[in-house]
Ligand binder design. Sequence first.
Ligand code: C2E
Ligand code: MG
Ligand code: MG
Ligand code: MG
Length: 288
Amino acid sequence: SADVAMHFCKQNGRHNLLFYLPNMNKHYEKVITLEGDLRQALTQNELYLHYQPKVDVRTGYISGMEALVRWKHPEQGLISPAEFIPVAEETGLINQLDEWVLKEACRQNQEWIEQGYAPERMAVNVSANEIQRHDFTENVKQILVESRMDPQYLEIEVTENSVMRNTEQCLQTMQDLKSIGVSLSIDDFGTGYSSLSYLRQFPIHYLKIDRAFIKGVLTDPSDAEMVKAMIQLAEAFKLEVVAEGIEDQEVLDFLKENECAYYQGYHFSKPLPPHEMEKLLVKKQTYS
Ligand code: C2E
Ligand code: MG
Ligand code: MG
Ligand code: MG
C-alpha cells in the first residue's frame, strides 16, 4: 500500500479529504477499519446502553443515572467507548451515535417514568462536536417530543475540555438547553483548563469531579486538597457536585466528611444493563 493513506470523512455536513503520513499509518488504518465497522454497528443494532446510578452521598438513594454506550463487535467482542468514541469523533460518526444514545436513553427513561421507577434525572454524554452544533438544542427538543419525556428529566454531560474549545457557541447552546428545562453537567472536571470566569457564566447544574483525583484522596494529600477545593468551588457557585469512580467505603467516608452531594462508582454499582438497573430502581421504590 502507499505511504500516504487517504481517507474521506464527513464532518459537520462537509466532506473532508484527509491525508495521513507514514508514521500515522498504523493508527489510521485502525481508525478506518473501526469507522467502517462502527458505521455498520449503527445500522445493525450492535450498540446498546448500560446505566450507572448516581447516588446521594448522605442517604444512599439513587438520585439519577448515566447512560453509557456499549458496542459488541461481531468479531472482536466488546470494544470500550474509550476506544471507539474518539474514532467516532474523528470521522464525524459521533453525530449519529450521540443522537442514537439520546433517543434510546429517553425512550428507556420514559418507560421507567411511566412505571413509576425513574429517579430525578437521566444523564447522557455528548461530544464537543455535538454541543457546538447550532441545531443541537432543536434536535434534543425533537427527541424529547418523540419520546414524550419531560425535559426536566434530561441531563446533558459535556466534558470540561469540550466546552472550553468554543466557549461562545457552547454558552449559547447551554442557555438554549436551560431554557427548555434540560440540566447540564461538566464532566471530567479538573482535567481540563476551564477558567473560573467561564465556569461562573455557564448555566450548569453539576460538576463531576474526575476519577483521577478521587483515586488518590486517601494516599495523596494534594489529591485530597484538590477534591476539597472542587467541592468548595461548586458550593460557592451554587452547583451540585458529583464524585466519579468511588470504589470503596473509605473514599465514600471522605466524601461524606467533606460534604460532597453525589457519587458514582463501582462501590455502589457498575454500569448495568437495563433489566438489572430496573431491579435496583424497583428496590429503591420499596425503600423510600
Ligand atoms: P465518563 O462519562 O466520564 O464516564 C465514566 C466512566 O468511568 C465510564 O466508563 C464508567 O464505566 C467508568 N466508571 C464508573 N465508575 C467507576 C469506578 O468506580 N471505577 C472505574 N475504574 N471506572 C468507573 P465507560 O463506560 O468505559 O466510558 C468511558 C467514556 O466514554 C465516558 O467517560 C464518556 O466520556 C465516553 N462515553 C461513554 N458513553 C458515551 C456516549 O454515549 N456518548 C459520548 N459522546 N461519549 C460516551
Ligand atoms: Mg459522563
Ligand atoms: Mg466523567
Ligand atoms: Mg471521567
